[in-house]
Design a protein around this ligand. Structure first.
Ligand code: UD1
Ligand code: PEP
Length: 422
């Protein structure tokens, strides 16, 4: 297995380009299943494990793909299966994104239920509710979601009881070719959903209200294959800015839309960082002393849950105590015991974390069981004394493109090495 070996204490400084977003790439790739027409060419697709797994899933279904230099081409004209198998779905929950498009195109699909997740319950009831509202019959059989409809799906009004990125994405993909009009109330506002909407519109879909919580979709008969450019990864950008903030450095991330980082940039400013933006860059310079800032992770445009672990690493270096609450995944705190092993002092009180800062961190071997928790440990390693080894880097590789190369370019002393688990 791979590990990252980090000798901490180097300031992270310089300029770096943001990669394409993982969480928009996955639904956009899934949406190519909606039409047999021609070949899609989608640029700025990040080369990371989840994307490779999703491409593998499409190839299993019969798609023809090529992926080089962040350009993905896909043709789904000759699909041979409508089933997403356990072996691929278990590697990546986002495989559930094939449910909507396959059902819409073939009137039948079987998608393995995603397994348990590393940070608490992540049900798929809303995805199922959406398909039922659109006229499908859904059964759960032997660990598979089996969804069927006679003829086309039918437009409906769907009011989401809570904001769900994945269920909104699946609803959009199912509704764009349904008969009649679908209205999604309390739809997710995340930029990744806006990106999916823009992709679907380019394919010929009719969607009103893009960028709001009410989306109105008028079903169309046909969609076409198109060229498209994916958006930047706001979580990667936030992680790189955190690397500068935690090491007392200064970083410019290019190729971003700064407004999509507003909640995170606000938190950095409150912590004393100097943050400046242009139309497509953000620059952060760390202060002499970081101030503690409480955050609560909530749906966009509020502070993202996918940045909560990285923020916690940063707060271990702040001049005082801070609290961290996650209202999306109440139990997303796997990183705490590992941060504490590095010398942090973080307590969990019911559903919130109390970070006592500042604490000097000292390197040791650490590992985690999910993506952002691993990113948090890399950040801690950058500021820790001596050497930190972050094990099971495959979690990090799911969602960060060439992370150690990017950090090395910014001055980190970090390298990838092999190790054997007992
Ligand atoms: C591939 C991808 O884009 N993943 C992101 C996506 O995950 P994902 O789309 O899985 O997350 P959701 O937005 O659906 O989850 C939001 C909340 O809804 C709950 N829920 C969700 C679906 C459902 O059927 N029933 C239900 O109760 C979840 O448990 C969670 O508490 O959004 C999350 C929240 O921003 C991010 O952390 C993930 O990085
Ligand atoms: C949790 C994440 O991804 P997923 O929903 O695919 O597990 C993430 O990107 O932080």
């Amino acid at each position: 297995m791979d590990k990252l070996v980090i000798r901490g204490g180097k300031k992270i400084c310089g300029s770096i380009a943001a990669s394409g977003s993982k969480n928009s790439a996955l639904p956009v790739i899934a949406a190519t299943l909606l039409t047999p027409d021609g070949a899609f060419a989608i640029d700025r697709i990040p080369d990371l494990k989840d994307v490779r797994t999703f491409i593998q899933l499409l190839e299993y279904l019969g798609a023809e793909t090529s992926f080089e230099n962040n350009l993905l081409t896909v043709s789904t004209g000759h699909l041979k299966s409508i089933e997403a198998p356990y072996e691929l779905v278990k590697k990546m929950r986002a495989s559930i994104y094939v449910l909507g498009p396959l059902l819409a195109r073939f009137g039948h699909t079987r998608v393995s239920l995603p397994g348990g997740c590393a940070f608490g319950p992540r049900p798929v009831d809303l995805h199922i509710m959406v398909m039922e509202k659109l006229g499908a019959t859904v059964t759960i059989e032997k660990g598979f979601i089996d969804a069927k409809v006679n003829g086309r799906l039918r437009g409906a009004r769907i009011d989401f009881p809570i904001s769900s990125v994945g269920a909104t994405g699946n609803a959009l993909m199912a509704a764009v070719t349904a008969e009649g009009t679908t209205i999604l109330d309390n739809a997710a506002l995340e930029p990744e959903i806006e990106c999916l909407c823009n992709f679907l519109v380019k394919m010929g879909a009719q969607i009103d209200g893009i960028g709001t919580t009410t989306l109105t979709i008028d079903g169309v008969d046909q969609l076409r294959a198109v060229g498209f450019e994916n958006i930047f990864d706001r979580i990667e950008a936030g992680t790189l800015l955190s690397a500068a903030a935690i090491t007392g450095g200064s970083v410019t991330v290019t190729g971003v839309v700064p407004e999509q980082l507003d909640s995170v940039l606000d938190a950095f400013r409150q912590s004393g960082c100097t943050v400046t933006t242009t139309a497509d860059t953000v620059t952060l310079s760390a202060p002499e002393k970081l101030m503690p800032v409480d955050i609560t992770a909530r749906p966009y445009p509020e502070f993202p849950t996918d940045m909560q672990a990285q923020w916690m690493a940063l707060m271990t270096q702040a001049q005082g105590d801070s609290t961290i609450i996650d209202r999306i995944y109440h139990e997303r705190f796997n990183h705490i015991p590992e941060l504490n092993r590095l010398g942090a002092h973080i307590e969990i009180r019911d559903n919130w974390a109390l970070v006592h800062g500042p604490q000097e961190l000292t390197g040791t071997k650490v590992m985690s069981t999910d993506l952002r928790a691993s990113a948090c440990l890399v950040l801690a390693g950058l500021v820790a004394k001596e050497t930190t080894e972050v094990l099971r880097v495959y979690h990090l590789d799911r969602g960060y493109e060439a992370i150690e190369k990017k950090l090395t370019a910014l001055g980190a002393d970090i390298e990838r090495a092999k190790y054997q688990e007992f």
